[in-house]
Each structure stands twice: as structure tokens, then as C-alpha cells.
Ligand binder design. Structure first.
Ligand SMILES: NC(=O)c1ccc[n+]([C@@H]2O[C@H](COP(=O)([O-])OP(=O)(O)OC[C@H]3O[C@@H](n4cnc5c(N)ncnc54)[C@H](OP(=O)(O)O)[C@@H]3O)[C@@H](O)[C@H]2O)c1
Length: 340
């Protein structure tokens, strides 16, 4: 077993209390744990970038869901990339770059079967947490497979300046959408979407009247709605969808911190008359698309046809702030934490 000098202890972020409504820093605890050599079949990884994602808010609740709840008093889970610093697993060497699911800690003892080697020469390591990782595949599979994007479609995407949304809008343009509209929560994000990401139109939902702003941006209606937000956005989209329109229900971040369930879109009856398809999606069902996703996205990236942005918060101790900031819209593109 090859090994580097390891520190005696390292830190991890634990869930200290289940948040009620919006999480606060008091719901989390930074805890020091001994660092030990990896068990047989494991690798020890020094994490370099951690992902903070909206779905983590759901895992803080003690409810049955597609992913089990985080345990109180235990390190949280999440995507991370880093380098192997000790290996007792066949096929993994010290220095290998890996992607795995034991984020929220400085050092991770990862079963080798749960780690994927990534090519640090092909792309910056952290891209495997964003454009070339789970959020990128969510955008790709959601729009193309679940949404069935066709050339000439009018596409509307909410959360358009985020990790998933910014990729959805660009793939839509690259695959022949006739009009791509995005919504986001600041005038600066709206400016970027149009001037830098190639969206045809964008609006700031915080200015209100989402349905009115959408009607103005897409006067001929919408064929595919990619929903990252839920609530009023979904209602506006149902109103704007054309006959046989499709909505990809990817996320509902507007309600993740609600303590009372929101009313359903009040215009749901329109789904019948317009023969709409509202399809929920989970990225985990679409990893069979990984090879074509990597090939097509990789090509677009190499050709400079796809932009991606990262908002990087420095310092492991700031990971909770990064997570809370992401929930409030502090990020453009993928929100990441860089470890020193
Ligand atoms: N189904 C799946 O498999 C899957 C996989 C990945 C992600 N998702 C979902 O996709 C969505 C986007 O995820 P992401 O990782 O790309 O996150 P993200 O968009 O990079 O970050 C979250 C963004 O949500 C926006 N937001 C927060 N509160 C909002 C509200 N009340 N109304 C409208 N926008 C609000 C903020 O931007 P503004 O400044 O624009 O408000 C914030 O930047 C989330 O709903 C997530 O749960 C689903």
C-alpha cells in the first residue's frame, strides 16, 4: 500500500439539528475526526472541491424520499473531487484524481467501488461536479430525453443562471431551439444570460408578474418548459405552454424551505385541454447517457460553444455559508467550495 504522510486529524461538517424552514448555521457543526489509513478495498482522498446542491436541503428533513435523510451527528454526504493520498484498493494509486460522494469533509475514506477516476488533464477537476458532472447530465438528459426537445421548439427554463439551468438554455440553442427564454433572480444574471450565454430573452422573476414577463418574451407560447423552481413559475409555464407542450419537472427550489406545502398550480386543468405532458425526472435514472453526454458536451466545450461558470467559495470552514448562499441565489453557474 502506497501512502503519503497523513495529518492526525481533519474536519467534517455534520448535521447538528434538522432545519425548520430556512436552515441556519446553528443547524451544522464542524467536527474534528482522526485520519486513519484506508481499510482494505478503500482509498483515502484529500478533497479539493466540494459540491453544495439544492437536493441537500431535502436530505436534512427526516422524511422518506428518493435519497435517505442525513443522520444527525454524522458527516453529511455530497459530491466531491480530490486526490488519492493513500490506497489499499486495486487500480487506485496515490495521486489519482477521483470523484465520489463523501463530500462535506476534508479527508474521505471511500470504498473504491464508490469512487470514479476522472481525467484531470481533460478538464479542471471541479468541472466533474458541474458541467461534466451531475448537473450537466441533469440538463442534458432532462432537456433531450425527458423533454424530447425538437428543432424549432420554444424553450423556457427557470433557475436559468444556475448550474443546471445555464446548461439547459445553451444545449437548447445548440440543438436547434427557435427561441430560448430564461428567468433568474437578478438583473445582472439576466444580462449575462442574454449577452454571454446566448439566450434570446431573459427576465428577473423578482420584478413580479412572471406570467406577464414570460408572455412578453415568448409571445407564440412555449413548447418545452424546464422547471427548476416550481410554484408560480410552473403555473406561469402551464399557462404559456402550447398544445402538446412538455414540462420537465426537475426541481422546485422555491418551496424547499417552505414549512407549509404550496397550493398546486391553480391552472392545472389546462393540462387536459392542451394535452400537456408534465414529467418528473431524476438524474440517477439517466446515467446510461453518460458516454454520449461526455462526448457531445466535451465537443461543445472544446469548440468553445458552451460556456460554464463556477462560483467558488474558499475554505472548508465556509462550506455551510456556500450552501446557504446557493439557496439564496449567491451563485452564477455551479456553487463550489475549494479546500485550501
Ligand atoms: N431532478 C434531478 O435529478 C435534479 C438534479 C440536479 C438538480 N436538480 C434541481 O435543479 C434545480 C437547480 O439545481 P442547481 O444545482 O442547478 O442549482 P442552482 O440553480 O445552481 O442554484 C440554485 C438557484 O436557485 C435559485 N433560487 C433560489 N430560490 C429561488 C426561488 N424562490 N425562486 C426561483 N429561483 C430560486 C437561485 O438563483 P436566482 O438568483 O435565480 O434566484 C439559486 O442560485 C434545483 O431545483 C435542484 O433541486 C434536480
Amino acid at each position: 500500500m502506497a501512502e503519503q504522510t497523513l495529518p492526525a486529524a481533519a474536519r467534517e461538517w455534520q448535521l447538528a439539528a434538522r432545519p425548520q424552514g430556512w436552515p441556519t448555521p446553528a443547524d451544522f457543526a464542524l467536527v474534528e475526526k482522526p485520519v486513519t489509513a484506508p481499510a482494505p478495498g478503500h482509498i483515502l482522498v484529500r478533497n479539493e472541491f466540494l459540491s453544495v446542491d439544492p437536493y441537500m436541503r431535502g436530505r436534512m428533513n427526516d422524511v422518506k424520499s428518493y435519497a435517505p435523510p442525513y443522520q444527525l451527528g454524522a458527516a453529511m454526504l455530497g459530491g466531491a473531487v480530490g486526490r488519492v493520498v493513500a490506497s489499499d484498493a486495486e487500480g487506485f494509486q496515490v495521486g489519482d484524481a477521483v470523484l465520489h460522494g463523501l463530500g462535506w469533509r476534508e479527508y474521505a475514506d471511500v470504498p473504491a467501488a464508490h469512487a470514479v477516476k476522472v481525467d484531470a488533464d481533460a478538464a479542471p477537476l471541479q468541472a466533474y461536479l458541474g458541467v461534466l458532472g451531475m448537473p450537466g447530465l441533469t440538463a442534458y438528459a432532462g432537456l433531450l430525453r425527458v423533454g424530447g426537445l425538437k428543432e424549432g421548439d420554444v424553450v423556457f427554463v427557470s433557475g436559468a443562471a444556475g448550474a443546471v439551468g445555464s446548461i439547459v438554455g445553451q444545449i437548447a440553442k445548440l440543438r436547434g431551439a427557435s427561441l430560448v427564454v430564461g428567468s433568474a433572480g437578478s438583473d445582472e444574471k439576466v444580462r449575462k444570460l442574454v449577452e454571454e450565454y446566448g439566450f434570446d430573452a431573459a427576465f428577473n422573476y423578482k420584478n413580479g408578474d412572471i406570467a406577464g414577463q414570460l408572455a412578453k418574451a415568448a409571445p407564440e407560447g412555449v413548447d418545452v418548459y424546464f422547471d427548476n423552481v416550481g410554484g408560480e413559475h410552473l403555473e406561469a409555464a402551464i399557462g404559456a405552454l402550447n398544445v402538446h407542450g412538455r414540462a420537465v419537472l426537475c426541481g422546485a427550489i422555491a418551496q424547499y424551505n417552505d414549512t407549509n406545502p404550496p397550493a398546486a398550480p391553480r391552472n392545472l386543468v389546462q393540462v387536459i385541454g392542451k394535452r400537456l405532458t408534465l414529467a418528473g425526472m431524476l438524474v440517477g435514472d439517466h446515467y446510461d447517457l453518460q458516454p454520449e453526454f461526455v462526448a457531445e458536451m466535451g465537443g461543445w466545450l472544446r469548440d468553445g460553444k458552451l460556456r460554464f461558470e463556477e462560483t467558488v467559495v474558499d475554505g472548508f470552514e465556509n462550506a455551510v455559508d456556500a450552501f446557504l448562499g446557493m439557496l439564496r441565489g449567491a451563485n452564477t453557474g455551479k456553487m463550489l467550495v475549494r479546500l485550501g
